[in-house]
Write a protein that binds this ligand. Sequence first.
Ligand code: ZN
Length: 397
Amino acid sequence: MPNNTPNSAPNPFEEGAKSVSNIPVIFIDPDDFKDDSNKEQKLHTVEKSIQTQFQKHFPDSDSNINVNKLALSTDSLVSSGPGAAAITINGQKVCVITKPGADMDTKEEVAETLSGTPSNIRREVPGTDADWQRGAGVHEGVHCNQAGTYNLHKTILSEEDMAARTLRHEAEADSVALQDMEQRGKPEVAEAWKNYRSLGRVNENLHPNHATGAILGNIEPGDATTNHVNAAHVTTNLLSQHQDDFVNNPDQYIETVEKAIAHPENIEGIGEAGGIKDIDDASGDAIMEDITPEVKTALQTHLDAYRQEVLPRAQASKIEDIKGGQPEIIQGDIKDTMEIGGVKASSFFNSHSDPGAAQQRLDQQAKLDVGVNNEANLTAQNNQPSMAPAPVTPMTI
Ligand SMILES: [Zn+2]
């Protein structure tokens, strides 16, 4: 959707981000450079924008900025939003936030991004576009305040620890965004946001380290562990095999999920997904983590969300006509129920982000998803000069 908001008008995303960030925020708008023909031009546009905003925040500071020298990859600077990273520019701590572009400024677009499911199979998204823009802004603003990459010994965390850390950060960012919605008298928006995160388990393109749906309202964001990431992975493996039922055959879908909750031992991969918890001193055998409780919670929150967000619409779409007061139930109508926007359900989920783009994002995340604490970064860089460029936080919602 075109974004016709004049720059001077209050922007809900920006307002939300600024309301929680503890440091000055510089915004990048992907729509500013979307028409630039190459990366160099895009970076130039971004550089000018950062420079202007930095000057406003710090009129007395040296505002000469070279985007190639920032502790942010140039790819992340010209990627589509939203995302956030706290960095130091000319000695000043600032948060660089990429705003959602024009392709993510309606509530339906935000809902589709969070849930990995199309709007036309869900109940109507509650609230206004501004409510959802503000929610995304608050979420990104929380990332500005989150601690950095390196642990106290200045070593880079393992991949597993990093995924769990990202999940904790995501859950915290969501949690603050949801509190903001509650405080603003929009509990139905908060509920839908949480539901969308849970629904997303059906789409394998959504990363498990953003699977906050099973965390929010169940445990403190800071208590999320690798088990939760692995549980999200196992859950998605299972649910994504039933995407056609998700859209077309809700009764069958619900039965499948309920069976999995009742007999988690039958879920593919659940026994191996926990990782090694300890070694048995006597036998020398590995003792595996049991992630059954986390998988059951992930499935139950997904099912609750499905019943609330998808089921009412799925049932309504089966009632084609009312004849003589009797609803005529149409079972398995291929055109109406098997397809989403003219494509098969499984194709929709697969195309939600194309595999190439998804892999690119994961690669980028592997490179970028490592931190925001400047002091730690700078110290680490000084100690280990080979580690430049400095790592930064992921640029995804
Ligand atoms: Zn986030």
